[in-house]
Design a binder for this molecule. Structure first.
Ligand SMILES: Nc1nc2c(ncn2[C@@H]2O[C@H](COP(=O)(O)OP(=O)(O)OP(=O)(O)O)[C@@H](O)[C@H]2O)c(=O)[nH]1
Ligand SMILES: [Mg+2]
Length: 281
């Protein structure tokens, strides 16, 4: 798969794909994640070092990624810092420089995946395919549809997912099977959603807002395996409780916001496919 084939003048004829990987103390897993990414399919990879105390940044650089530092903890904060390095209009927080392969344009695609080697980076073509085919604005890699085992997707994550997805269907009519971290979204859709959750509400925020804004959302099956390294959220009681409350709070809270209209998001309109972007200066 080629994300951005170029013509003889170096002009990109299709959407480019950039990858954002939030990472907190993932020096063991990250080299494998980067090595397994289909490199010829992507413009570049941003690893956000979220205040690691190990060699996460070093191994990321050695693996060919562009490293952004975000010392304030939080999964969503890490995603926002990564986006600041590549999105066209993103406000760059102090100290976040632009990645050399940015800024992206409206029809380009951002892929998110975890740094702990639980996602299969080789599934990336499958995750971006519906967007490249012009059939989706957001693609969720579903570990449930991918048949994840309980060793990989821990029982508490299964149950939490079921409850969250059931509530999203009940309160929003949204049909999701998972809140999986491996996902792809177009730049213009991402900007339309105005993401702001700074921790583990990030995935549910994106899915709920996508529903309210009437994005075209597709789920595809992805594989999932036990993480490498120390479990931080789902594998710990306090992490599970905190993430669970956060996610349920988003779902119920947004329903209440819709009642008083402050949760409304204008319906999303797709930009026209733009002419090839020259990559030669
Ligand atoms: N826990 C945590 N993870 C972060 C943070 N910032 C970035 N991350 C990364 O976000 C991704 C998801 O976090 P995980 O710790 O794997 O969360 P999880 O998959 O729910 O649970 P475990 O894999 O069991 O720890 C990983 O790549 C982390 O390295 C943060 O502040 N806290
Ligand atoms: Mg994990």
């Amino acid at each position: 798969m080629e994300s951005a084939p170029t013509d003889e003048r170096g002009a990109r004829a299709g959407p480019g794909i950039a990858v954002v990987i939030p990472a907190l103390d993932e020096e063991q897993a990250l080299p494998l994640v980067l090595a397994e990414l289909p490199a010829d399919s992507v413009l570049g990879v941003v690893v956000v070092d979220n205040g690691s105390t190990d060699r996460t940044a070093e191994v990321a650089r050695a693996g060919g990624a562009y490293v952004v530092y975000e010392p304030r903890r939080g999964y969503g904060r890490a995603c926002l810092a990564g986006l600041a390095a590549i999105l066209p209009g993103a406000e760059s927080p102090a100290g976040v420089p632009r990645a050399p392969f940015g800024p992206l344009t409206a029809n380009d695609v951002v892929v998110f995946l975890d740094a702990d080697h639980s996602d299969y980076p080789a599934d990336l073509p499958r995750v971006v395919a519906p967007i490249l085919a012009g059939e989706a604005d957001l693609v969720i890699g579903s570990r449930v549809l991918g048949g994840a085992t309980m060793q990989a997707l821990l029982p508490q994550a299964w149950i939490g997912n079921r409850i969250a997805c059931g509530l999203m269907q009940l309160l929003f009519g949204a049909r999701y099977t998972d809140l999986g971290p491996f996902r792809a979204i177009t730049v213009s859709a991402l900007e339309h959603l105005g993401m702001h959750d700074v921790d583990f509400g990030w995935t549910v925020e994106m899915q709920l807002k996508a529903r309210v804004a009437r994005l075209r959302v597709v789920e595809v099956p992805v594989r999932y395996r036990a993480r490498i390294g120390q479990s931080k959220i789902t594998g710990t009681v306090s992490g599970t409780v905190r993430a669970g409350w956060k996610i349920l709070g988003w779902i119920v809270g947004w329903r209440l916001k819709l009642l008083v209209t402050s949760g409304r998001i204008p319906r999303y309109t797709r930009p026209a496919p733009h002419p090839p972007v020259s990559t030669m200066e």
